[in-house]
Design a protein around this ligand. Sequence first.
Ligand SMILES: C[S@@+](CC[C@H](N)C(=O)[O-])C[C@H]1O[C@@H](n2cnc3c(N)ncnc32)[C@H](O)[C@@H]1O
Length: 284
Amino acid sequence: MRLFARSLESSRPTGLTRALLKVADVYVLLRYPQLPCPPRSVMYEGVPSRWVYRRNGLAYLDHLTRMAGLTPNSRLLDVGSGLGRKAWPFIDYFQDGEYVGLEPRREAVDWCTQNLTSRDKRLRFEHIDVKNGYYTPGNSAEAGGFSLPAPDMSFDIVMANSVFTHMLPRDVGHYLAEFQRVLMPGGIAFCTFFLNPEEVKEKEELIAPPRYDFPHQRDGYRVQHADCDEHVVNYEETDVHSMHRQAGLFIAEIHWGSWRGGSTFTDFQDIVISRKRGSPQFHD
Ligand SMILES: C[S@@+](CC[C@H](N)C(=O)[O-])C[C@H]1O[C@@H](n2cnc3c(N)ncnc32)[C@H](O)[C@@H]1O
């Protein structure tokens, strides 16, 4: 079932997968008619599909609960919230907690506000006028100097899913420092990357070719597409460890993704869980 799900969510679907996805989308439409879901024509992240939108949201709700200790009382900041794929499962979820999504694409913020905030006021979305070479080249602010619109120590969890896979090292380092600033002591950063592991698992069984091979070497990172570095970016695990350390975050766990084609994985991208030193109960 996981393999089947993985092939349906592949960002490079074959003709057969596309046909199966159409069937899966009709199933989701009939079975979950209340699911808020953007029209396929405006979905710009991964494969445009109702089935993927639903499954991706549920998978990350589970990851956040297990890996970041998310509860209905958590304050959660989602940086690069897109079209709310990770946000919709939080409708009617929070008690004392809340969700804030920050996103540089205005039409995505508008869709989320109209379709998610309208159903639950504890989910809020804010436009940030920050530049990204792939998603928002016309925006104003450089990511490397951008202050997130959030007070110091105001969130328990900050997440950036499929965002650092589109950002360059200086900008990622700056964002991690911002995450450290807005997190409570002991708070968790939940970020995804495409990483090259420090220790290659030589005996790991490959069940598929890697989704990306990152043929272009740059200074401190690799990219898939020569014409736009921020389209898809790849980092060395050691560099990501140092970026976190310099920002005052300490990596607790890495959950490897399926993108390399290995047989053991948690999700498509590599999930990096880090912690800000200190805890709400025991300050150090
Ligand atoms: C692949 S989408 C992922 C969206 C969402 N996190 C998800 O998992 O469905 C990447 C998102 O990151 C946003 N983004 C790119 N650069 C950003 C930046 N510097 N700060 C915040 N968001 C950014 C893009 O506009 C886009 O919506």
